[in-house]
Design a protein around this ligand. Structure first.
Ligand code: SF4
Length: 327
């Protein structure tokens, strides 16, 4: 593990029963870095996030956090790691105990960390200020808040013990568009001020666009492309990344006009029975014979790479180009 890495996933596999939901995932995050993890619903990205937090068990591979292999660390020893590794959930209402005041919700992790009463109260007031809420909100119950405010409480809870990494799982997907932008700006601002890393999981590339330093794209359990956000948005190399970009209204209009191609249609196959060869071949407009039998290797580095047989034929715009005659 390189010294500058906060988190490293090595060939991580996660399954439920006979179904392998995450297959040989490789990913790394540096301290303070924001990595967007995108893909359609059911592609395994939430399971990947849960595995990092040890809420889903790894079948194979390794999770290295701050240089320590936490893949199978016993719960007793995990307790010392958990404060530095936090999560923000999609549905803030479901993740906040409706019978507890905001003060009680925010004080719980502080109490577990052994903080005294006066220090806890001061820290709760500080946390509320950091997420744009007022000190008097501490006495209220979750149902007294709007969806956006509840997500701010979820963020405050995740910040309580000054984590090094927060996994944000569809953290803004349930919010109205205007509130979504505010919460995204808050997360970007907090990350700027406090310097923690974020793994920002979303099905929506437009959401991760402004917050991410790097983007990882997942399809049917596999990471198919990783790269700096600017490169991914300007010159996607995997046809699936290109398809996701085409689905973003403002980017998609420009891109479809530029390349004259139709957006990729069809449903993602079941993760319980993934296609042989390249898992994207059933929907890929560029698929050729070998794509049906031969899985493309991931080429490049864990920070910038792609898994596509045609990625070597990157065009001037950096994108895989259609063959003259398609099969
Ligand atoms: Fe498409 Fe083949 Fe590349 Fe898979 S390997 S994305 S099917 S061109």
């Amino acid at each position: 593990m390189a010294e500058a890495e906060l988190l490293r996933l090595e060939e991580l596999c996660v399954g439920y029963g006979a179904v392998r939901v995450v297959d040989r995932a490789e990913l790394s995050l540096r301290p303070g870095e924001v990595v967007g993890l995108v893909g359609e619903s059911g592609c395994g990205k939430s399971t990947l996030g849960k595995a990092i937090l040890r809420l889903a068990d790894a079948e194979a591979g390794r999770i290295l956090f701050e240089g320590q292999d936490i893949t199978h660390l016993p719960e007793r020893r995990l307790r010392s790691v958990r404060p530095r590794l936090q999560m923000i959930f999609q549905d803030p209402f479901a993740s906040l105990n409706p019978r507890k005041t905001v003060a009680a919700i925010l004080e719980a992790p502080l109490r577990q960390a052994g903080m005294g009463r006066a220090a806890r109260q001061a820290r709760v007031a500080e946390l509320l200020g950091q997420v744009g809420l007022k000190a008097e909100h501490a006495a209220r119950l979750p149902h007294e808040f709007s969806g956006g405010q509840r997500q701010r409480i979820g963020i405050a809870r995740a910040l309580a013990l000054e984590p090094k990494l927060i996994v944000c799982d569809e953290a803004v997907s349930a919010l109205d568009v205007s509130v979504r932008a505010q919460v995204l700006n808050l997360l970007a601002d907090i990350r700027q001020r406090m310097g923690m890393a974020l793994l920002f999981i979303s099905h929506d590339l437009s959401v991760v666009r402004h917050i991410s330093d790097r983007v990882a794209v997942m399809y049917l359990g596999r990471i198919v492309e990783v790269g700096p956000a600017a490169r991914i948005f300007a010159a996607p190399r995997h046809p699936y990344t290109q398809a996701l970009l085409d689905a973003v209204p403002d980017i998609g209009r420009r891109r479809r006009f530029a390349r004259g191609a139709a957006p990729i249609a069809g449903e993602m196959p079941s993760i319980a029975a993934p296609p042989a060869g390249c898992r994207f071949h059933t929907r890929c407009p560029l698929a050729e014979a070998r794509c049906r039998t031969e899985a493309p290797a991931f080429r490049g580095t864990a920070s910038d790479g792609v898994a596509c047989h045609l990625a070597a034929s990157v065009g001037s715009a950096g994108a895989a180009q259609p063959a003259a005659t398609e099969p």
